[in-house]
Write a protein that binds this ligand. Structure first.
Ligand SMILES: Nc1ncnc2c1ncn2[C@@H]1O[C@H](COP(=O)(O)OP(=O)(O)OP(=O)(O)O)[C@@H](O)[C@H]1O
Ligand SMILES: [Mg+2]
Length: 583
């Protein structure tokens, strides 16, 4: 296995053909077509101006050598200055337009990613590190957008090189051929460089994403890592990921530090060749001195654009590698996602699970086995069972998180498989153990449940929960500012804020995974009261960890080892201590 094969072996699962990636980027940039066309046209003019400059200087030199008068020489030099100035000005305008188009593309890609992410489902987020996703949203989109600016900027360089090469060939075929032969050699070197640079760029993007993911994980879990003395493991993992990133960065640096001296050496060879071929011809009078000077000027002039064009290539390669990382997330079809289209007005009917079994992707056995349940509208059901029994999995299935279950699930007679997952989520309120609060006031956090919710609606929903007293315990009531996922609130208080947010949407069904720890007595009571208030008038299925809960529900369902072992009123079923695990 060669070096490239070894590198390619690390390519991401969804590898796109280069042409497809280019087409897709062009499609995404379509909105800025006018701007890009103008930037490109101006870029071409910049190239023409830059190509005209050495010709004007040569003409001035010609006039000076031939003694055609100072005025003519000065006029030619003034024209040169004018053309140079115009080239600079057009370059600024073209760069500005291309820059705006490229930033717009970045924005469009970021929006597309952020729009795509919420619909990916739970399984997707379990298989992608948050940091890696964040790095795709922030870093890769910028890299992909930057590629457009570089390409437009390269148009002027291409015109300069191609236009001037044609002029050189017309002026003197022999010297022109010598100069261009070396130009072709330089292009060949950059062509080989192209393939290696794509692999390196892809490795860089992957290792940056993995490193960002790990850093995010150890930052979020810093306290847990410290208290479990797991620093060494975290550091070892960090060292390994950092090592990968370090090697990828070094490879890119090596590539660049190898390619540029090679190109400089080739340019040196071109100068030597033009001097060696042109010198004797100037001496024997078959080549004019200004023309020879033009060729020497052009070698220096070509060097910038040709190496520029080669770095364009590497920028395009890393841009495409990044675009690939962005599109692969947008396009990823998570396994077992629901794809139904029916959007019921409400979900007030009976919920039926008929012989439902489910296995997480890659798991050895089933996590839910032949579950059959029928829940009446407005019924309150507590699900209990030992840790790992499958209670949360049952709730996730009802929420439409996984479509690849076996058996039937129906809401008000409609198959879950046929229901539009977004419509389902709108009618189901969920409070799990993993509470997420945004930065902002308590009121903002609650209002997030219903776009356009008024202060009165927020206050009303708080008053519905345990008499609303829990709000008065916050420093500034509803205006208390929350930071870092509500770090200064107790687990129960966080749960109450989320419950209020969920109720604002007025869902038909509530799925609750009860909080298990850190409840102070007052909030414990408030949470109990609030849960019972929230459940009023709705179907409520709740994973229960506290015996008190079992006394205000209509039915207790005991799940053990993925199967329903018993169900009935609290006095009809045997609930063991371990069934209320996590208390
Ligand atoms: N994403 C996953 N991939 C594979 N297996 C999983 C996944 N999530 C959960 N499991 C497994 O499925 C089983 C049921 O998990 P689940 O979270 O439903 O348990 P639970 O009854 O809610 O437990 P607890 O009371 O501790 O919350 C467990 O054996 C668990 O290890
Ligand atoms: Mg659970």
């Amino acid at each position: 296995m060669g070096l490239l094969d070894a590198l390619e072996a690390q390519a991401p699962g969804t590898a796109y053909a280069e042409a497809d990636l280019v087409r897709r980027v062009v499609r995404e940039a379509r909105g800025d077509r006018g701007r890009l066309l103008a930037a490109g046209a101006l870029g071409l003019l910049v190239g023409l101006a830059n190509a005209a400059l050495p010709l004007l200087i040569t003409a001035a030199l010609d006039a000076a050598v031939a003694g055609r008068g100072t005025t003519r020489v000065l006029a030619l030099l003034a024209a040169g200055a004018l053309v140079g100035g115009a080239g600079w000005l057009l370059g600024v305008v073209s760069g500005g337009l291309a820059g705006a188009a490229s930033e717009n593309l970045v924005l469009r890609l970021r929006r597309a990613l952020l729009r795509a992410l919420p619909g990916k489902g739970l399984a997707f987020f379990q298989s992608h590190a948050t940091g890696d996703l964040a790095s795709r949203v922030v870093v890769d989109t910028a890299q992909a957008g930057g590629m457009i600016r570089t390409v437009v900027g390269a148009l002027g360089d291409a015109v300069l090189v191609i236009g001037l090469s044609a002029v050189l060939l017309v002026i003197d075929l022999e010297l022109g051929a010598v100069t261009l032969a070396l130009g072709v050699l330089i292009c060949a070197v950059t062509f080989v460089f192209r393939r290696v640079s794509r692999v390196c760029a892809r490795r860089m993007a992957q290792s940056t994403g993995a490193l960002a993911g790990h850093v995010l994980e150890i930052t979020a879990g810093a306290e847990a890592i410290r208290s479990f003395g797991a620093q060494t493991t975290a550091e070892c993992e960090f060292d390994e990921l950092h090592g990968r990133w370090y090697r990828a960065t070094l490879a890119v640096n090596r590539l660049f530090s190898g390619i540029f001296p090679a190109l400089v050496a080739l340019t040196g060879c071109a100068t030597v060749a033009v001097v060696a071929v042109g010198g004797p011809r100037v001496a024997d009078g078959s080549l004019a001195l200004p023309t020879w000077f033009l060729f020497l000027q052009c070698i220096a002039l070509f060097w910038g654009p040709i190496t520029g064009l080669s770095s364009v290539w590497s920028s395009v390669q890393s841009g495409l590698a990044s675009a690939e990382r962005v599109f692969s997330v947008i396009d990823e079809q998570p396994q077992g996602l629901l794809t139904g289209t029916i959007a019921p007005e409400d979900l007030k009917g009976r919920i039926e699970m008929d012989d439902v079994s489910f296995r997480y992707a890659g798991a050895a056995g089933d996590q839910l086995r032949h579950v059959s349940l029928s829940i009446e509208p407005g019924e309150r059901v507590a699900v209990v069972g030992p840790t790992g029994a499958g209670k949360s999995t049952l709730l996730k299935l009802l929420l439409g998180a996984f479509g690849d279950y076996r058996g039937d699930i129906r809401f008000a007679g409609i198959e879950l498989q046929d229901i539009d997952p977004a419509a389902l989520r709108r009618r189901i309120g969920v409070v799990t153990q993993e509470v997420h609060l945004f930065e902002g006031s308590v009121a903002d956090n609650i209002a997030a449940g219903l776009p356009g919710a008024t202060r009165e609606q927020v206050e009303a929903v708080c008053a519905q929960l345990a008499g609303g007293e829990w709000v008065t315990l916050f420093d500034q009531g509803l205006d208390t500012r929350l930071q870092h996922n509500g770090a200064r609130l107790s687990a129960g208080q966080r749960q109450l804020v989320v419950l209020a947010r969920v109720l604002l949407e007025d869902p038909d069904i509530l799925l609750l995974d009860e909080p298990t720890s850190n409840l102070d007595p007052l909030t414990d009571w408030s949470v109990q009261q609030a849960l019972s208030d929230a459940a009023r008038g709705r179907t409520c299925i709740m994973v229960a960890h506290r015996p008190q809960t079992l006394y205000w529900v209509d039915r207790v369902v005991v799940v053990r080892d993925g199967a329903v072992e018993a169900q009935g009123r609290v006095d009809e079923v045997e609930v063991r201590d371990e069934d209320l695990a996590g208390r």
